[in-house]
Structure formats: structure tokens, C-alpha cells
Write a protein that binds this ligand. Structure first.
Ligand SMILES: *Cc1c(COP(=O)(O)O)cnc(C)c1O
Length: 355
């Protein structure tokens, strides 16, 4: 047999959030993938359906309508943008453009599970810096882990799956200490859900530091997870490199059209985000009321740091809730429908709290 390159065997599998198991007489809820529980907006859906009528044609490889809309939204040049099939794709593109064997990529852990997969697939070496007990990036430790071998540092804010977000002050201080020839990726997949003092202003970081790369996605706040579209905002030189290594015609015409329509309907979509933040607050209050604690959630999910992950997932499953256990480490639960919040709190009430 022809063998793949040695590092290919080392790529850890991606464990997707499971769909809920059907329960007789019970509506089930999928809280396992941080998806948006709202169905597509009629305007976005109509635009996507219109794009389907031209599915015999290749998409616009230049993503021009999308780049124009994003450039306006962010006040950047279109040459500072690079789109991909979800922001996960941009992580792959970035690592393939900048990293090879022997290069190190520093990131927090536990953090987004696609990081070790993408790093290993690029043939690079991941350096995992444990998050603090309250689920935050340990920035001093990450700075100490950044050496002459480091090519990329990945910051995930808010951090999936633990929840807390970085402040602008601590992020600025961190980046100031990183050599200019190391790329600092700020993965802002959940930025629209952040409600805190001194939130990260990614565009300001990028203005001051051309080695900063912002990653955004339409999968979470904008509810387009199934269409696969995300993007990077970066210095023109970096965006050019990201576009150069991207798969030709990666972002489908339907995805491009739906993303543009979503930006046009941003007010409606962000009102839904506001409602989800209210629901997150209600969930946090419910969790506290039954005597549990979670790290400060700034995304659309909460994190239960506990070893009894299977028991937790099973109890939630009995209540019709699909959650995302990380075996032996913790359980992530997405913020979804109000009924799902109520059920989760009831599940917690009935469970023995970890001591
Ligand atoms: C969901 C997520 C992404 C993006 O996912 P895509 O669907 O590929 O855009 C990126 N980073 C983090 C931390 C995420 O949780």
C-alpha cells in the first residue's frame, strides 16, 4: 500500500456534536455543536434559493460581493479579506501558508478541537498551554511558550469550549510581547455574543500589529453553519497568502449569497443574538440557583468542568438534550431554546454536584 505521510496518522479525529436521541413524547434539543437555534431568516433563505437556480455555474472565485460587503462592515480594504469554507478552513489555509515540519503553533488547551487537527495536518507541532482553573487563557504561560520555533499563536476568544473571553488590555499586552514575525490569530467565532467590559477590539489590534489575523464566521451568530462560510481579516500580504493556498471555488455561490444577505439583514440577526444572550444569562442564573458553577460564558455555550462526563451526557440525553461531552474533562452545552434551558437546569438539580 502507498502510505500517507507519517504525520497524517497522528491527526486526531474531530468529534462532532451528536444529534439528540428521539424520546417518546418529548421534544428534543441539539445543544452539542454551538449552532444557532433560529431557523434561517426568510430574506436570507430567499436569496439562497435564488442562488440555487444558478448551481450549474461555478461560484465567483473572487467572492467580490461578499468582500465588498465585509470591507464596508469592517472599514478595511477588500485586499485584507480572505474567505473560506467556514473559519476552520482559514485555520488550515493559514497553517499551510506559514507552517511546516519543525514549526510550532502555540494555543490554549482545552480550546477549539480543530486546532490540533489542523496543526498536525500541516505537519507542524502544537504547543498546548493549559487554561487556568476558571477556563481562561494563561497569557503569561503562552508568552513563555512562544520561542524562536513559534510561527503562529492561536487565541480563541471567547474560548470554545470553556467560555471566557479575553480583554482588550490583556490581549494588547500579550501581542506587544510577541515577535513581529509570529502571526497572532484571534479566533473570534463568537465575538457577537460578547458582553463584557473592555472586549477585544480585533480591528484595532490589526491596525497596530500587521501580524494579527482575525477569524470570523457566519456559522454561529449568523446561523449559516450548514453553508460553510467564514473569513479572515488581515494585513494585505497575509490575506494574499491565505487566498493563494485556498481551494479554488471553495465558498459556494449559495454560501456567498446567503452571507451577503445576512450582512444586509444584520440588525435582525443581531437581535436574535441579543435574545440568545438573554437566554444565556437566564441559563447562568438557573445553574447558580441549583448550586453549580461555570466559567464566565461569553459565547453561546457553557462549560461544566467535571470528570463524570458520560453520566452528565446520559442524564441530559434522558431529558432530550444532546450535549457535547469531552471524555473525562467536561461537558459543553450550547445555549438554545428556553425550554432546553429549563430542562438543563432540572437535570442539574437532579445530579450530584462534583465536589
Ligand atoms: C465554530 C468555531 C469556528 C468556526 O467554525 P466554522 O463553521 O468552520 O466557521 C471557529 N473557531 C471556533 C473556536 C469555533 O467554535
Amino acid at each position: 500500500m502507498v502510505e500517507p505521510l507519517p504525520h497524517v496518522r497522528e491527526i486526531p479525529p474531530y468529534v462532532p456534536g451528536k444529534p439528540p436521541v428521539a424520546r417518546a413524547g418529548l421534544t428534543t434539543y441539539k445543544l452539542s455543536s454551538n449552532e444557532n437555534p433560529y431557523p434561517p431568516l426568510p430574506s436570507v433563505r430567499a436569496t439562497a434559493e435564488q442562488a440555487v437556480t444558478a448551481m450549474n455555474r461555478y461560484p465567483d472565485m473572487g467572492c467580490s460581493a461578499l468582500y465588498d460587503a465585509l470591507a464596508t462592515k469592517h472599514g478595511v480594504g477588500t485586499d485584507q479579506l480572505a474567505a473560506g469554507t467556514g473559519s476552520v478552513a482559514l485555520i488550515y489555509h493559514l497553517l499551510s501558508a506559514y507552517c511546516g515540519p519543525g514549526d510550532e503553533v502555540v494555543h490554549a488547551w482545552r480550546s477549539f478541537e480543530a486546532y490540533p487537527i489542523a496543526i498536525t495536518a500541516a505537519g507542524a507541532t502544537g504547543v498546548k498551554v493549559p487554561v487556568t482553573a476558571d477556563g481562561r487563557h494563561d497569557l503569561p504561560a503562552m508568552a513563555a511558550a512562544t520561542t524562536e520555533r513559534t510561527k503562529v499563536v492561536l487565541l480563541c476568544t471567547p474560548n470554545n469550549p470553556t467560555g471566557p473571553a479575553l480583554t482588550h488590555a490583556e490581549t494588547t499586552a500579550f501581542i506587544a510581547g510577541v515577535p513581529a514575525d509570529v502571526l497572532v490569530v484571534v479566533d473570534e467565532a463568537y465575538v457577537e455574543f460578547v458582553r463584557m467590559a473592555d472586549p477585544v477590539d480585533g480591528l484595532a489590534l490589526l491596525r497596530d500589529h500587521p501580524n494579527v489575523v482575525l477569524l470570523r464566521t457566519f456559522s454561529k451568530a449568523y446561523g449559516l453553519a450548514g453553508l460553510r462560510v467564514g473569513y479572515a481579516v488581515a494585513a494585505p500580504e497575509v490575506a494574499t497568502a491565505l487566498r493563494a493556498v485556498a481551494l479554488p471555488f471553495g465558498v459556494s455561490s449559495v454560501a456567498q449569497a446567503a452571507a451577503v444577505a445576512s450582512l444586509a439583514a444584520e440588525d435582525e440577526l443581531l437581535a436574535r443574538v441579543d435574545a440568545l444572550v438573554v437566554e444565556r444569562d437566564r441559563l447562568v442564573a438557573g445553574i447558580a440557583a441549583v448550586g453549580w458553577t461555570v466559567p464566565e460564558p461569553q459565547g453561546n455555550f457553557v462549560w461544566f468542568d467535571l470528570p463524570q462526563t458520560d453520566a452528565f451526557a446520559a442524564a441530559a440525553g434522558e431529558a432530550g438534550l444532546a450535549v457535547r461531552p469531552f471524555a473525562g474533562e467536561g461537558v459543553r452545552v450550547s445555549v438554545g431554546e428556553p425550554e432546553a434551558t429549563d430542562r438543563l437546569v432540572e437535570v442539574l438539580r437532579g445530579m450530584k454536584r462534583p465536589t
